[in-house]
Design a protein around this ligand. Structure first.
Ligand code: CP
Ligand code: NVA
Length: 337
């Protein structure tokens, strides 16, 4: 296939991609994964330089961009101490970086920032997480589901438990609505998505034959789930909310008891990570000292269970981010096999 149908396109939210385009990115990810496993060195991004402009911490996403571009012959530059946002505007930074680099990944707070970068850079801009959306995560999640649930995505019931209105919850909802899935957002009413977003999701799900439900009661929500997915209770930048979140999210902890309520012994457990499943971190210890909790959103038992696919998801960040870069930036022939 030459050139990629997505060449030159930004990757800011899954709203901008059709089901066929998401399918293409998933197929390309699977092909690139095979190539990596076969230890074939690639050159699809030879001569390409990318900038990683990160305002927030990252383990997986940063590593995925850096290793992926290297695997295909390009190079990455991590910018955490530029003039961006202090002495230089988003627009000017976009114009400068666009003259140096062939693509820019941005992780930060406002979705508007990544959109301004995308508008002015003149090269593909990829959303590596904002407060609003985390679209590269969803591609990795869908690849993981395709690998471990023996059903087409359109037949999968995915239950996302906890802070439904966060970047991961909302991105999964858009992805599910695009791919015709059965998505359940399970959590307290207070953390539901807003009406404007719900309206958009309704339109998408009608178009793509998806079923999207927002529920508060655990039993009916998780019954027959193929996947139970959760995320941390206070996202980066929301740490002050933690005490209140603990209060309202405690009934929604993913435990063996919740997994059993699915009545499906093959239900997978998924999490974008990092996860608070034990107290072997300084943060985990603080939570234990202050609230007496040994875990938050998921028990250590579920996290370490054989149905837990969290490290497969983490690995798939590499293959899917590589696919996004190749699809939007490479002018070389792409072979999907
Ligand atoms: N899941 C995810 O985005 O992880 P990082 O914050 O480590 O990049
Ligand atoms: N919702 C989380 C995702 C981390 C990958 C956050 O934004 O902190």
């Amino acid at each position: 296939m030459n050139p990629s149908p997505l060449i030159g396109k930004n990757f800011l939210s899954l709203h901008d991609f059709s089901a066929a385009e998401i399918d293409f990115l998933l197929a390309l990810s699977a092909a690139l994964k095979k190539k990596k496993i076969a230890q074939e060195k690639g050159n699809l991004l030879a001569g390409k330089s990318i900038a990683l402009l990160f305002e927030k911490d990252s383990t997986r996403t940063r590593s995925a961009f850096e290793v992926a571009v290297f695997d295909e012959g390009g190079q990455a530059c991590y910018l955490s101490d530029s003039h961006f946002g202090t002495k230089e505007s988003v627009e000017d930074t976009a114009k400068v970086l666009g003259r140096f680099y062939h693509g820019i990944a941005f992780r930060g707070f406002k979705q508007a920032t990544v959109e301004i970068l995308g508008k002015y850079a003149g090269v593909p801009v990829w959303n590596a997480l904002t407060d609003e959306f985390h679209p590269t995560q969803v591609l990795a999640d869908f690849l993981t589901i395709q690998e471990h649930v023996c059903k087409p995505l359109a037949a999968v019931k995915l239950v996302y438990v906890g802070d439904i209105r966060n970047n991961v919850g909302k991105s999964l909802m858009v992805g599910a609505a695009k791919m015709g899935m059965h998505f359940v957002g399970l959590g307290p009413r207070e953390l539901q998505v807003n009406q404007h977003f719900i309206q958009k999701i309704k339109e998408l799900s009608t178009l793509n034959n998806a079923k999207i439900e927002l529920l508060t009661e655990i039993g009916p929500a998780v019954l027959n789930a193929d996947v139970i997915y959760t995320d941390i209770w206070a996202s980066m930048g929301e740490e002050d909310e933690l005490a209140h979140r603990i209060k309202i999210l405690l009934p929604y902890q993913v435990t063996q008891k919740m997994m059993a309520l699915t009545a499906n012994k093959n239900t997978l457990f998924m999490h974008c990570l990092p996860a608070f499943h034990d107290i072997h971190t300084s943060f985990g210890k603080k939570i234990f000292d202050k609230y007496g909790l040994k875990f938050m959103e998921v028990s250590d038992e579920v996290f370490r269970n054989s149905v837990s696919r969290v490290f497969d998801q983490a690995e798939n960040r590499l293959h899917t981010i590589k696919a996004i870069m190749v699809a939007t930036m490479s002018t070389k022939e792409i072979i999907l096999s």
